[in-house]
Design a protein around this ligand. Structure first.
Ligand SMILES: Cc1cc2nc3c(=O)[nH]c(=O)nc-3n(C[C@H](O)[C@H](O)[C@H](O)COP(=O)(O)OP(=O)(O)OC[C@H]3O[C@@H](n4cnc5c(N)ncnc54)[C@H](O)[C@@H]3O)c2cc1C
Ligand code: FES
Ligand code: FES
Length: 1318
């Protein structure tokens, strides 16, 4: 039977699709062929959660609906035949009323730019629906059956770059049956400390979610199609989608010759497309998920057989069920641990569609870092295969060793044996699994993983233990596939376990675990393998201390790390002096963001005849581009044209970006100057075709006559390759360095400190839509923090007047500086393509291209020489700073000043420096949240730490930051460290002094005839709450004309999108001050209006007493009063810059065996002056702090030897996720009273708190110091150096290296020697 169509429901509507390309993803369909735009594209590889939807399936025989979350970017459209899909629009909307989740997102201040919010809502919603269906106890009215601990994991895997996750956790917890509502953070439903924090104040929630997830019409349609659904004939799609319903049909299809001349992909969940990205289109797909045998679960005497197509999440359930149903606790340990480990694989929304077999096949075919293959190998599993007509059962080990499979082999099932302890023979089964990965709860593949199984029994009549039947499996360490360490198994079998036996086992293991050449951190991986084996064996060896479980905060009882409670205190001091300014009102438009109604650039419906573009970029650093060809491929056939520098119209320029210090070309022509530079744009009918087509390009380069590229700052120095820093921008030296040095008791000379780059990782990548208009004009919708300059770059490129270019920006899905000067290339390229083709052109960079081309924070290398007294007082500092600015000046000449500004939070006595802004053949580096200040502040703290370690002082003595509570906490950490060998803690406190400089800004306030108010401002809403503050300011300023107070005015104020031809001189939204500048301009404009309206009001008052706003406006209109006023606010001399203050204290724990870092606690205090909106400011502070943790600890933005960014996906670039933020996170916004020259006494909040995250880095350093002290001591090898360089970032690999890659070996050697001596 032929399948002519795919039928499904989307938000309750029926869809029947007959003409889709089989490679169409569900996301692509939703976004391009339906009105629903809430489901976002953030990565396209299952790594961010922006695209999460709920998929419901119906079983007509059992009349049962099952729901699960899925990443729609990986799910293929044809895979959802007869499913129901719910997106965030299906939960609620402006028209139908918002859902409780959407309202709580708003009420708990849990959305900033809003780009992640729909995906968050869907992950939370699916968790609620599933919890409510579970057998958990009935909750009280208004709550779900979800528990607090489940709530904390409900959206693990969904990334948010803005909020720092804390308020989203609160939203989710607010539904939990066991929540204490008083524990939830700042919200609009009640005030902290109110007795009345009760559920009735929250937007009401109906058990089950209150949304019909599977519509009746589809149920009926399925029931009436039962014959069709159960038909076992081959189901063939007209569009190349094949859906065999038996193994025979599969082979029939394979042998039918249908696939002989085409590319075919066999799929189940298609999540492997997130791992190994499709390089080309496929003509045909075979979906084997419909073969019943592949989904069967059969429980057998000896174990359990799980069909290969079973999703990983279902496998976890089955293993847990079997574990629960077993009477013998030891016998179930294997299943329990397997299920626990699998819960850390990928993310919930990937596990729900990713099949168990698909994972094993990936591990078999590729050197994939699979967890599942390793742990199943450790559990001694076997697999059942169908090879054409033959059925085979082989061990997993044999299977993995076979040559890579081709489609003629089907993996049918996996058999996991039961392992029982035998009380008669007095043997116990032991089984443990381990993984070392950048994130504890998954969505991060392991550096190494392992699973160990064995029987343990007493040795004769002694109390010593011996092992037998060992399976020691290791994988993901840079091996072709998971392996068993057979030599170690053989060696350990039957041996009496002593430290020297373990030591010998470790030595054998080091010979077995040999990462392939080219694997990153090979020694780290081997060392962690040793740590895992040690962790497994130590409980069996007398007198050996092993790694304790992560300890809960402040006490010594053992609890699992993942169950540590996430708690927070979020405090603000509202002020009612300038009401509603100063009130923590909810951020404008969050419900719209949550319900998917908020329009981002890519949500603007594609205009008629719209085409799509994707950049072709250079992979070489400095080379002539001799030619570009496209490989013959299906994707290449989709190319409509390629636009390049040759298409720049006469009179136009090859310009892609600009700022006051210089321009940057749009295309590298004829020379590509750096890897990642645009060389052209491929144009196709869809964005996916354009993306895939761009991958087909083969570029011919030539390097004759060219010098080698300059890729490092050292090479720049050798070649004298610098950008000029204008003298007025170069910071001023302080005092006399030589004199200061002469006063010093101690000196540290020329020591290096290094900070790498950071990528913005806004959730919405760079995007623009260009629409040619009449009379040689162009309208460009751009996601930009600086539309005014985008307008000028586009106009210069096209050679037309600025007035011919209208750039419109409504909202930006995260910017962090990356959408200032770096947004123009995309906007300009789209405009150039549209100009050439005379058709609208849209560009939405895929995540990899964005990461490769866009650049990021400036990497900095500094060498310091510092002199200091014995009491820690510093007398002189000299710095030589090398900043890698990349290829163009961009805004880099401001960085030297901000670095020194950040550094000056401490008094250095004399301060001298030499700062070089290096021009290199790398992507241009640009401003990123707290640019320069972050590096400067960190360098300052690194020097303080170094000084303290030389003097054996607590660094905070040198910082003069001692408080009694700090001393108390530092003391308990000391105690903790003295009791724990393999885990160490550190604490650190850093201060913040941060200079900001408000810039001029325009504002226009207009009152319409019905009394509604529109406001236009220069600032862009990038998630920082600018519109909300402007709304508050308008209501405050016009409130004096409003008889009932200004609160009601808020609802009548609408802030409009930026439009460069409407309000000119919009300026740059960056540097933390755009909100206050826009507010100041608004205030001025409102005051002008008030001056005009006051006389009208007085006149009316005299006539009829009280005057309503509406009658005032009506009268003013009749009197021909100008109801629109425009202001251009320019900060005065005294308000041109000011300082922000704050402090952060962080406590961390490190695991010495893996280097894993747990952030136990962070406390922040921050001075916001009289905050314009404390809720918004608190969100900015928390969010920037967490972004800073990413910079200091997790995010490795790496390049290859040509300078091409290789950390180009969510796979290898790890921003903080909810499981990596501090377990306890307290943030307090201080109200420091009046600040004469500030806008209503307010201060900035967007960037400064980021630098406080260096407290985490410093605390990690303290913990490493403790580890190095310990091992210098316990190995008896003398004191180990406590002065060491800890660069930025400091991920777990680095932590482990600094703690010692051989500490286990040394520990064992030491014990063995003692044992021998005894
Ligand atoms: C974001 C993300 C994070 C991840 N993190 C982890 C992780 O931390 N640890 C980990 O181990 N894995 C991880 N994975 C991998 C994930 O587990 C696999 O992608 C998934 O299990 C593959 O299953 P699938 O059904 O989607 O396979 P598909 O993508 O449909 O197929 C994968 C391959 O297997 C073949 N195939 C599938 N089933 C069979 C069969 N029965 N017989 C023969 N061939 C078959 C297909 O032809 C295809 O070549 C992650 C994946 C993603 C997307
Ligand atoms: S877009 Fe699908 S997970 Fe990121
Ligand atoms: S609000 Fe989450 S990414 Fe911006």
């Amino acid at each position: 039977m032929k399948v002519e169509k795919v039928v499904f429901a989307l938000n309750g509507r029926r869809y029947e699709v007959v003409d889709a390309d089989p490679s169409t993803t569900l996301l692509e369909f939703i976004r391009t062929r339906t009105p629903f735009k809430g489901t976002k594209l953030g990565c396209g590889e299952g790594g961010c959660g922006a695209c999460v939807v709920l998929i419901a399936k119906y079983n007509p025989t059992k009349d049962q609906v099952t729901e699960f979350s899925a990443s729609s970017c990986l799910t293929l459209l044809y895979n959802i035949n007869f499913c129901s899909v719910i997106t965030t629009e299906g939960l609620g909307s402006t028209q139908d009323g918002f859902h409780a989740i959407q309202k709580r997102m708003s009420g708990f201040h849990a959305s900033q730019c809003g780009f992640c919010t729909p995906g968050m809502c869907m992950s939370i919603f699916t968790s609620l629906v599933n919890a409510d269906k579970s057998k958990n106890l009935e909750p009280q009215n208004g709550f779900s059956k979800l528990s607090v601990s489940e709530a904390e994991r409900a959206f693990s895997g969904n990334l948010c770059r803005c909020t720092g996750y804390r308020p989203i956790v609160d939203v989710c917890k607010s539904f939990a049956s066991d929540v204490d509502l008083e524990d939830l953070g700042l919200n609009i439903f009640w005030k902290k400390g109110d007795k009345s924090a009760d559920v009735s104040k929250l937007p009401s929630y109906t058990l089950g979610g209150g949304v019909c997830t599977f519509p009746d019409f589809l149920k009926s349609e399925m029931k009436s199609s039962l014959d069709y659904l159960n038909d076992s004939n081959v189901a063939v799609s007209r569009e190349g989608w094949y859906h065999p319903k038996s193994i025979e049909q599969y082979y029939y299809l394979l042998n039918s010759g249908i696939f002989s001349d085409c590319s075919v992909k066999v799929v189940v969940g298609n999540t492997s497309a997130g791992v190994y990205k499709d390089q080309d289109l496929y003509n045909k797909y075979i979906d084997i998920g419909g073969i019943p045998e592949l989904s069967a679960i059969s429980r057998k005497d000896g174990g359990i057989e799980i069909g290969a197509a079973t999703p990983i999440s279902r496998t976890i359930e089955v293993l847990k069920q079997d574990n629960d149903s077993m009477s013998c606790p030891n016998g179930s340990v294997v299943f329990r641990k397997l299920a626990e480990h699998m819960s850390k694989v990928a993310t919930p929304f990937v596990r729900n569609t990713a099949s168990l077999g698909g994972n094993i096949i990936l591990a078999q075919k590729y050197p994939f870092a699979s967890d599942i293959a390793t742990i199943l190998l450790g559990a001694a599993s076997t697999v059942c295969l169908q090879v054409t007509s033959e059925r085979l059962e082989v061990t997993l080990e044999e299977f993995l060793e076979q040559p890579p499979l081709d489609p003629s082999t089907l993996l049918l099932s996996i058999f996991i044996p039961h392992w029982f302890s035998d009380s008669q023979k007095e043997t116990n089964v032991i089984f443990e699994t381990y993984r070392a990965a950048p994130r504890p709860l998954g969505n991060a593949v392991s550096y190494i993983n392992s699973a160990f199984l064995g029987n343990v029994s007493l040795h004769g009549s002694s109390s010593d233990l011996v092992l037998s039947n060992l399976h020691l499996a290791f994988g993901a360490y840079g091996t072709e596939h998971a392996i068993r360490a057979t030599k170690v198994e053989e060696y350990l079998t039957g041996k009496l376990l002593t430290p020297s036996v373990v030591l010998q086992a470790v030595r054998l293991l080091r010979g077995t675990i040999v990462p392939k050449e080219g694997t990153s951190h090979p020694e780290y991986r081997v060392s962690v393998a040793v740590g895992f084996l040690f962790s497994f064996l130590y409980p069996l060896v007398k007198g050996m201390t092993g790694p304790e479980k992560t300890l809960s905060i402040g006490c010594s009882s053992s609890v699992e790390e993942a169950s540590l409670p996430l708690s927070s205190r979020r405090e603000t001091v509202p002020s009612d002096e300038y009401k509603p300014v100063g009130e923590p009102i909810k951020k404008y438009g969050v419900e719209l963001q949550a319900s998917g109604e908020a329009v981002y650039v890519d949500d603007i419906p594609a205009p008629k005849d719209c085409l799509y573009g994707e950049f072709i970029y250079s992979t070489q650093a400095l080379a002539y581009v001799k030619g570009m060809k496209f490989k013959p491929s299906l994707a290449s056939e989709k190319i409509i044209t390629v636009v390049s520098a040759n298409d720049i119209p006469s009179g136009g320029q090859n310009i892609g970006s600009t700022f006051m210090f210089g321009d940057e070309p749009l295309f590298g022509a004829p020379i590509a100057e750096f890897a990642g530079q645009a060389l052209g744009v491929v144009i196709a009918e869809t964005q996916r075709y354009a993306d895939l087509a761009a991958k087909q390009v083969v570029i011919e380069y030539a390097t004759e006559d060219l010098k080698p590229p300059i890729l490092t700052v050292e090479q720049a120095v050798q070649n004298n390759s610098y950008f000029k820093v204008p003298p007025e921008r170069y910071p001023k030296q302080v005092g006399d360095f030589s004199k200061g040095m002469a006063e010093a008791d101690h000196k540290i000379l020329s020591t290096e400190v290094k900070l790498a780059s950071q990528y913005y990782f806004y959730m919405e990548t760079q995007t623009a839509l260009a629409v040619p208009d009449e009379d040689n004009t162009m309208v460009v919708y751009s996601s930009s923090q600086y539309p005014e300059l985008a307008q000028s770059v586009i106009a210069k490129c096209l050679g037309i007047p600025f007035s011919n270019v209208r750039v419109i920006t409504r909202r930006v899905g995260g910017g962090f500086g990356g959408k200032a000067f770096r947004s123009y290339n995309v906007a300009t390229a789209a405009a150039l393509c549209a100009n050439k083709l005379r058709r609208p052109v849209r560009m939405y960079l895929n995540r990899s291209t964005d990461m490769i081309m866009v650049g990021g924070r400036h990497p900095v290398k500094a060498y310091y020489s510092v002199g200091f007294k014995s009491d820690g007082k510093i007398t002189a500092l000299h710095l030589d700073v090398l900043i890698n600015a990349g290829i163009s000046p961009d805004a880099s000449p401001i960085i030297p000043d901000t670095i020194i500004s950040g550094l000056k939070k401490y008094n250095w006595g004399a301060l001298s420096f030499d700062i070089k802004l290096c021009k290199t053949n790398n992507t241009s580096k640009s401003v990123m949240r707290a640019p320069g200040d972050t590096q400067g502040s960190f360098i300052a703290d690194a020097i303080i730490e170094h000084v303290a370690s030389v003097l054996s002082l607590d660094a905070n003595t040198v910082r003069l930051l001692m408080t009694s509570s700090y001393l108390h906490r530092a003391e308990s950490i000391k105690q903790f460290n003295s009791c724990n060998n393999w885990r160490k803690r550190g604490i650190s406190c850093v201060p913040l002094i941060f200079k900001v400089a408000p810039r001029p800004a325009p504002g226009r306030v207009s009152v319409l005839n019905d009394g509604s108010i529109i406001v236009e401002v220069g600032g862009i809403e990038i998630g920082q709450g600018l519109w909300t503050k402007v709304q508050q300011m308008t209501a405050f300023a016009l409130g004096q004309l409003w008889p009932d107070g200004c609160e009601c005015l808020l609802d009548r104020v609408r802030v409009l999108q930026a439009d460069t031809l409407n309000l000119i001189q919009g300026g740059l939204t960056a540097g933390s001050t755009a909100s206050e500048s826009s507010c100041a301009a608004t205030l001025q404009a409102c005051n002008m209006l008030t001056d005009r309206l006051k006389p009208v009001m007085d006149k009316l008052k005299q006539q009829s007493g009280a005057v309503s706003w509406d009658s005032l406006i009506s009268q003013a209109s009749q009197d021909n009063i100008n109801l629109s006023s425009t202001a251009y606010w320019v900060p005065g001399q005294e308000s041109s810059s000011y300082l922000n203050y704050g402090a952060g204290i962080s406590e961390v724990e490190i695991d010495l065996l893996t280097g894993a870092i747990t952030l136990l606690r962070s406390d922040l205090v921050y001075d916001c002056g009289k905050s314009l909106n404390p809720a918004v400011d608190l969100g900015q502070i928390e969010g920037s702090f967490i972004q800073g943790i990413g910079f200091f600890i997790y995010e490795e933005h790496e390049t290859n030897s040509d300078g091409l960014v290789v950390s180009d996906s969510t796979w290898d670039y790890k921003i903080p996720s909810v499981d990596t933020i501090p377990k306890q996170f307290n943030a307090e916004v201080l109200n420091t009273g009046y600040h004469k020259n500030r806008v209503l006494s307010s201060k900035a909040s967007g960037e400064p708190a980021l630098v406080l995250a260096s407290s985490v880095h410093c605390a990690v350093r303290e913990a490493i110091c403790a580890a190095r002290k310990e091992f210098a001591h316990s190995t008896g090898s003398g004191s180990s150096p406590l002065t060491f360089q800890l660069d930025v970032p400091a991920p777990m690999t680095v932590v482990k290296e600094l703690c010692g890659l051989d500490i286990v070996d040394k520990y064992l050697e030491n014990l063995s020697t003692h044992q021998f001596q005894c």
